[in-house]
Each structure stands twice: as C-alpha cells, then as structure tokens.
Design a protein around this ligand. Structure first.
Ligand code: UTP
Length: 313
C-alpha cells in the first residue's frame, strides 16, 4: 500500500546523456556544467529542488561527468585563500550552495535511455515518492512548479508530471497526452483549470497522433511503483528504454498500488538549455534580471541591436 502522505525528499537528476544537440561544447564538458550567467546549470536544479523541500539529490552520471559531483564538494584550499585575501563575496559565491542538500551519484554504465537512467535510482530511493528533474529544463528561479507537483502528489497520491502547452508540431518531439481537467484539491496552490488527469500518453507521436496541446516536460513526481514498471518495459522509441512508456503504465495501475497519473500545466518560465538557442535565451533573460550585470547588459544589447540594424540597412 502506497503512503500518499510520505514527504518527497529525493530528487533524481538524469545526467548521463550525451548532449549531442550542443556539440561541440559538450564534447569534453558536461552540459549540466555549462554556465548560465555565473553558475553551472546544475546548481539551478539543486536550488529549485531544495526550495521545494527536497534535501537529497541523486545524479545519474557516466564517465566524463565527474565535474558535476566536484561542483558540490567543499574546496578548503580555495576557501582558505579567498578568506585570507578578504574576498568575502567570492567566498560566499563558492560556498553558499554547498549545504543545500546531500548529493549522491550513481552510474549509468550504458546510455540506454531516460527510463533506464531513472531505474538506476531504485536502490537509493527505495520505497519512497521522489522527483525526477531533467537538467536541460531550466526553470526560472521563481518557479513554483516543483512545489505544485509535490503538493498534488501529497493531496491525491499517484504520480504527477509537468504539462507544457505546445503546438502540434512541437508535440511530436515530446510525450503527447490526452487529458481531463479535474478539480484542484483544497489547500493545493494550483490555478483551477490547470490540474489534469492524464488518460493516455504517447512518446514522440507522429503529427496525426498528437492528442492535445499538452506535452510532458522534465519535472515529475513519481510514486515508487514507477520502478516496477521500469523493470518490465521493453525498448521503445529510438530503441531506448523510455520513461514515458513506464509512466503510461501507471494510468491503469490501481490507486492502492501506486497508480494514477496527473499533470499540472506549466505557467512558469522554462528554458531548454540542452538546445543552443534555448541556452542563449536563458543566459540573456536571467542576466538581464541580475542586479549587477543586468543594467550594463541591457545597455550593451540596445547598442548591439542598433549596430546590427545599421549594418543590415
Ligand atoms: P535527452 O535525450 O534529451 O538528452 O535526454 P541527451 O541525450 O543528453 O541530449 P541530446 O538529445 O543528445 O542533445 C533527456 C535527459 O535524460 C538523460 C539526459 O542526460 C537528459 O538529462 N539521459 C538520457 C540519461 O541520463 N541517460 C540516457 O541513457 C539518456
């Protein structure tokens, strides 16, 4: 019997992918370590998780991704030097995020797909609900999405995923859903109309099989029953073990065995930092909001746009 009230304390961050969309930058540097403004993308993910009450992070990694773990290590040499030099602001930047959560990692020896990556978390997470956060999906630091997914899980059980409004063409690159709007339970801070029961989900459908404007994006809260499903799925789209194929099976699973699949519509800003343009957009948008960098960047962008417009005329 699944305990709905068990708090969500773990987040699994699949980080073992190859990042081919971002070559050549990602040949020797993990894409999770590419800076967004002044810190690696992975740090935003950890901050988002801890803001939502999660205190245990599990990175699923592979050879070449060691820098992710190193970013969350203390560095007494560096810290001592900064302290001696009185560089308090830099010292704070290098250390303020270290105590946010316990970080762990597990290897995915072969990149057999996102479903296979999440299955590597089974031993660590055990019989507890947990979040999965895809680091390519960078949420604006003010986002409440993960908190909303957790609140829905704690109110009605089952598993809860993020649903992005997309065009039919865009939907072919995601998991497309067929949904029914349901009432938001009392005490859950999700706008009425934004909570769905998912009745069907298909990974990367052809255009004529797209079911709605709602596609699943990289924030999920799963009942541990997902592990049973991940163990029985066969390779799907692209020959990979698809996470979608496993959570699709939760739709028909009885609620008292961890079944049920729900979606919350994403209203917060999200950037696809696994894509070159999305990465640039994230950098510009967040840098413009940065108290020190924003004003000068705004001025630079005005000048630069005027310069390119003159050059084009
Ligand atoms: P993607 O397929 O979007 O990411 O996987 P990728 O493979 O890193 O990037 P591209 O498409 O080649 O540019 C979604 C998420 O699942 C992880 C990735 O790291 C990413 O966070 N993943 C994917 C794994 O951890 N293991 C896998 O076998 C596949």
């Amino acid at each position: 019997m699944t305990d709905t009230h068990q708090p969500v304390r773990h987040a699994v961050v699949p980080s073992a992918g190859r990042g081919t969309r971002f070559l050549p930058a990602t040949k020797a540097v993990p894409k999770e370590m590419l800076p967004v403004v002044d810190r690696p993308a992975i740090e935003y993910v950890v901050r988002e998780a801890t803001d939502a009450g999660i205190d245990d992070m599990l990175f699923v990694t592979r050879t070449g991704k060691e820098a992710i773990e190193a970013h969350f290590d203390a560095d007494p040499g560096l810290e001592g030097d900064l302290e001696k030099a009185g560089k308090d602001e830099l010292l704070s930047l290098a250390t303020e995020y270290l105590g946010l959560a316990r970080t762990h990692s597990v290897r995915q020896g072969h990149p057999l797909g996102l479903g296979h990556a999440v299955l590597q978390a089974k031993r660590h997470v055990g019989d507890a609900p947990f979040a999965v956060m895809l680091p390519d999906d960078l949420m604006h630091p003010d986002s409440v999405l993960l908190k909303q997914l957790i609140a829905v899980r704690e109110a009605i059980g089952g598993s809860v995923v993020a649903l992005l409004r997309v065009t039919p063409e865009q939907a072919t690159a995601y998991a497309s859903t067929s949904v029914t709007t349901i009432a938001v339970p009392e005490g859950v801070d999700v706008p009425e109309g934004n909570l769905m029961r998912i009745d069907k989900v298909v990974e990367k459908p052809p255009l004529d099989e797209v079911m709605s404007e709602y596609a699943v994006v990289g924030r999920y809260v799963f009942d541990p029953a997902i592990f049973d499903e991940l163990e029985v799925i066969e390779p799907g789209a692209g020959g990979e073990y698809q996470l979608t194929d496993a959570f699709a099976r939760l739709i028909d699973r009885p609620a008292d065995q961890g079944g049920g699949l729900y979606g919350v519509v994403v209203e917060d800003r999200r950037f696809d930092t696994g894509d070159k343009l999305g990465y640039l957009e994230a950098n510009v948008a967040l840098a413009l909001e940065h108290p020190k960098l924003g004003p000068a960047l705004r001025e630079f962008l005005h000048t630069e746009l005027a310069r390119t417009e003159t050059a084009e005329a």
